[in-house]
Ligand binder design. Structure first.
Ligand code: NAD
Length: 307
């Protein structure tokens, strides 16, 4: 797809200035390998935003988190402190810094701003427009799990500056980032974003803007088939999961994973994928029944397993 796309006129930022590039810093000592921007903005310091901030700070960046109230600023600070303490207790160094503020004008110092506010199109479009206003030259990333990059980009004066960076929870220890490429995303930004992901010590996969990206689409497809097998009494949930954990070396089976993610969350994704991609993603009746009866998985104590 990227070869087909027309190039946008203005240049994207290259990953300079980069964190760790001072002569006496460890990362700058050999000045080699991928790095991350020196200053990164994160809009929304919740579960994912705090994790993303932690990951960039671990790579040496200065991170500015924007939150909207004094209470949420305090909560985000607590989240960051707890996350950084956990790293330190494992002997891992966090060489960068994280500030949590309410003033979005500080974003003009960032080369990259990542939005991580709740999954709502109107809210995200409002926040993205604010980012474009306060950081007019920055590259912008969205951490959306499922929304269309093209739809979000419609809120921006420079739609080519937007890319999806889909991080996984918990961010500091998860290896994967989906780099989601919209119709208008500038091709150069894709390469730059992948180098930033490498600078975090993570692996990027490149995915065209499409429903469920790669991870949700494949993960949910496997889980829905596993649920249909339970419905058809092909095998017990335990044995279906063992087919994947022992037979295919998956770290967890599709039903156990569904319990951990939340049956309601997976039902919502399946319904979205059914609308976008067709009946192969139609949620099985068993899933709908379990959600209707409050069996949401680990968080409710009961799903395909008892927790
Ligand atoms: N939780 C996950 O496992 C996961 C995984 C991958 C992607 N995501 C995506 O990441 C995004 C954030 O999810 P989350 O789980 O971190 O949500 P969350 O609710 O934990 O965090 C959202 C944060 O945004 C802040 N916020 C809301 N409105 C704001 C505003 N107007 N200005 C500034 N801050 C504002 C909230 O105060 C909160 O701290 C969503 O798009 C979600 O789909 C989540």
């Amino acid at each position: 797809m990227s070869e087909q796309r027309a190039r946008e006129p203005d240049a994207v930022h290259t990953p300079n200035p980069t964190a760790g590039s001072s002569p006496d810093s460890a990362a700058g000592a050999d000045n080699a390998g991928p790095q991350v921007p020196e200053t990164v903005g994160v809009y929304g310091g919740g579960r994912m935003g705090a994790g993303i901030a932690h990951a960039f700070a671990s790579a040496g960046a200065r991170v500015i988190i924007i939150e909207n109230t004094e209470e949420t600023v305090a909560a985000a600070k607590e989240r960051i402190d707890a996350s950084v303490e956990k790293s330190k207790s494992k002997g891992l160094d966090v060489t960068g810094t994280v500030e949590v503020v309410r003033d979005p004008t500080l974003l003009d110092q960032a080369l990259l701003v990542i939005e991580a506010v709740p999954e709502n199109v109107e809210l995200k479009q409002t926040i993205l427009a604010a980012i474009a206003k306060y950081a007019p030259a920055a590259s912008i990333a969205t951490n959306t799990s499922a929304l269309s990059i093209d739809e979000l980009a419609a809120a921006l004066p420079r739609p080519h500056a937007l890319i999806g960076l889909h991080f996984f929870n918990p961010v500091p220890v998860s290896d994967l980032v989906e780099v989601v490429v919209g119709t208008h995303t500038q091709p150069e930004l894709v390469g730059v974003a992948k180098s930033w992901v490498a600078g975090l010590g993570k692996t990027a996969i490149t995915v065209k803007d499409s429903p469920g990206f790669a991870s949700s689409r494949l993960g949910v497809a496997l889980a829905l088939e596993a649920m249909r097998m339970v419905e058809e009494e092909v095998a017990s949930p335990e044995d279906i999961d063992k087919a994947m954990t022992l037979g295919y070396r998956h770290p967890a089976g599709p039903l156990q994973t569904t319990d951990i993610v939340g049956l309601d969350v997976r039902l919502g994704i399946a319904e979205h994928l059914e609308t976008e991609l067709g009946p192969r993603f139609a949620p099985p009746q068993l899933l709908k029944d379990k959600v209707a009866s409050g069996q949401l998985g680990r968080k409710s104590g009961q799903g395909f397993y008892t927790w």
